[in-house]
Design a protein around this ligand. Structure first.
Ligand code: M6R
Length: 365
């Protein structure tokens, strides 16, 4: 049932090109995003004055990426909250709030309770769920399913990737309805979306490179992930993956925030994974890489092939991924980080599919 792989996590990482295809391709017809199952009309969308994204764990990290993406596409404020915080923060929700609830299992109790609270306060709920017929799916006004197939490993991989894919589709769909995107930009993003599975395959084919980097660093006591904008959001997920299954302490930081405190933790030999894929902020992030290098950090850089020569000048090792539209970059960036966490955990002899103290579906508060 593991399809020849040693762990479900490895199988699920490798299934991502297919999962992405299954989630996205049927919803693109003649170059347009078609979400037949969605009842959000252009009139309703114009009325929405705020989006509230509610989720836990990795689904929350999808939400962090979604904030950057949806604010840019829709020009509406997007707030992202951990479900466990939302319930107790007296959230500002009205009938003009669209709540986007993200959950692989559709049963996470914190997320479910927060969703009920959002509804009670008047929000309309659109959920992104993997498990068909789950409680969150049933109680939402609208649900879009990630067609990732069953995910067994506690550490999510393909569910995260397909949630992200649906965020792009929702963004494009709503931006078109609201006329907040130029036709040429819309077409360019749709075209690139269709290329993502092939690019994912290319990244997965080079997984031995990541295995090699893991062999260099699997004994590090502490690892930092830095990046800006969507690179930062992906860093959060890379850090969680690593912590969850390898038990190595790690932190994800917005690169520009380092000098406000955390840089004091950087010392000779500290590993910093620098995400510098997001083109508009490449130079900014690289200036932070120079700062950690000068304090003796080992830097594993992650960027796109077109920046390969530039990044190699500064970092110790570079992971290069195919170029894509900047908005879609998280889909490619996350995969080397999943593989890195996987190989590090493997080399440390951890119980990868069932990490200690964790459950696949968290149904207690
Ligand atoms: O099923 P959900 O998406 O609601 O689960 C939320 C989190 O518990 C989940 O993403 C968790 O953080 C994963 N184990 C991360 O790999």
């Amino acid at each position: 049932e593991k399809g020849g792989y040693e762990h479900f996590m490895a199988k699920e990482i490798m299934e991502q090109p297919k999962a992405f295809r299954d989630t996205v391709f049927p919803r693109i017809q003649d170059g347009r995003v078609v979400l037949d199952d969605l009842s959000l009309t252009p009139d309703y969308l114009r009325e929405v004055d705020k989006l509230y994204i509610i989720a836990c764990g990795s689904s929350y990290h999808v939400g962090m990426t979604a904030k950057y993406t949806l604010e840019r596409l829709l020009r509406k404020p997007v707030e992202v909250t951990l479900a466990s915080e939302f319930r107790y923060c007296d959230p500002i929700v009205t009938d003009k709030t669209l709540a986007l609830v993200i959950s692989q299992s559709g049963e996470t109790i914190d997320t479910l309770a927060a969703m009920r609270e959002a509804k009670r306060l008047g929000a309309r709920v659109l959920s992104i769920v993997n498990v068909v017929g789950s409680t969150i799916a049933r109680e939402s006004d609208d649900v879009l399913y990630t067609w990732a197939g069953p995910e067994i490993a506690v550490a999510t991989t393909k569910a995260y990737s397909t949630q992200l894919a649906l965020v792009y589709l929702i963004g494009l769909y709503c931006a078109r309805a609201l006329e907040t995107i130029r036709a040429a930009d819309y077409d360019a993003i749709v075209e690139e979306l269709l290329l993502i599975p092939t690019k994912l395959e290319a990244i997965l084919e080079n997984r031995e490179d990541i295995q090699y980097f893991a062999s260099l660093y699997f004994n590090h006591p502490s690892i930092f992930f830095i990046g800006r904008n969507i690179d930062y959001a992906v860093g959060l997920e890379g850090s969680l993956k690593l912590k969850e299954i390898s038990y190595i302490h790690s932190e994800a930081y917005a690169a520009g925030e380092l000098k406000h405190g955390t840089i004091s933790l950087i010392e000779p030999g500290t590993l910093v994974v620098a995400l510098a894929g997001y083109r508009p902020l490449f130079e900014k992030t690289m200036s932070n890489v120079v700062e950690v290098k000068s304090r003796g950090a080992d830097v594993l850089g992650l960027t796109t092939q077109s920046r390969g020569d530039e990044i190699q000048k500064t970092v110790d090792h570079a992971i290069l991924i195919p170029d894509t539209h900047p908005m879609l970059l998280p889909s490619l960036e996350v995969v080397p980080l999943q593989l890195f966490a996987y190989y590090v955990a493997l080399m440390r002899g951890c119980d990868i599919d069932k990490p200690r103290n964790l459950a696949k579906s968290v149904t207690v508060e």
